[in-house]
Design a protein. Structure first.
Length: 204
């Protein structure tokens, strides 16, 4: 693991992707992504207890290559972006589980509901780009059940199935730009942000 990772990094939205895929009509997949992503990652190679992550996604930036579908996803049937404009992940623990492999655990807020979630990430590498920026790359995937965050709209098919799968695959392809070699403290946790539904850890 490169010692260059220790320090504070920001997400480069132009070269990062937070995407998703879900089964549609039981026979194919719909894929999409969020185009407006921001985040700060603090990494301490010597003490992972000091590492932390915060990423914010603007839900209105959803893009599935269909304007009609995107408008439906922004509506109250799904994400209700006028009421809940952001998806936010804040970490509570960062663990290195093997060489280049991490588990980032924390709270994910979608649709006004906050629930714990762990995300496996793989360190791709670190290098300096032509503009002098030190970049690091991470990739990972995680399956969730959208119903756990109150996104429940669906419609039945004649076959007895449902139009949209409840299980969603989240896809993370993150390009980070180093801002400083210093390790800033984690932000204070707001206890009021606890899950109003009282849900505990959900493992899928």
């Amino acid at each position: 693991m490169s010692s260059q990772l220790t320090g504070t990094w920001t997400v480069d939205p132009d070269h990062s992707r937070i995407g998703f895929s879900s089964r549609h009509a039981m026979v194919t997949k719909v894929r999409g992504a969020f185009n407006d992503v921001a985040g700060t990652i603090v990494f301490d190679e010597e003490d992972h207890n000091r590492s932390h992550v915060e990423v914010t996604v603007q839900m209105a930036s959803i893009d599935t290559r269909s304007s009609a579908r995107d408008e439906h996803l922004r509506s109250a049937d799904f994400f209700d972006v006028e009421t809940h404009p952001e998806m936010v992940f804040r970490s509570s623990r960062v663990e290195e589980v093997d060489e280049g492999g991490f588990i980032v655990s924390g709270d994910l807020t979608i649709h006004g509901i906050t629930r714990p979630m762990s995300i496996p990430l793989h360190f791709v590498g670190v290098d300096t780009d032509p503009f002098g920026n030190l970049r690091a790359g991470f990739e990972g995937t995680r399956r969730i059940d959208r119903r756990d965050w109150g996104v429940t709209w669906n419609t039945p098919l004649d076959s007895g199935g449902l139009l949209i799968s409840d299980r969603i695959s989240l896809e993370f392809e993150m390009s980070l730009i180093k801002q400083s070699d210093e390790v800033s403290p984690a932000p204070a946790v707001d206890a009021a942000g606890a899950d109003a539904e009282g849900g505990g850890p959900v493992e899928r």
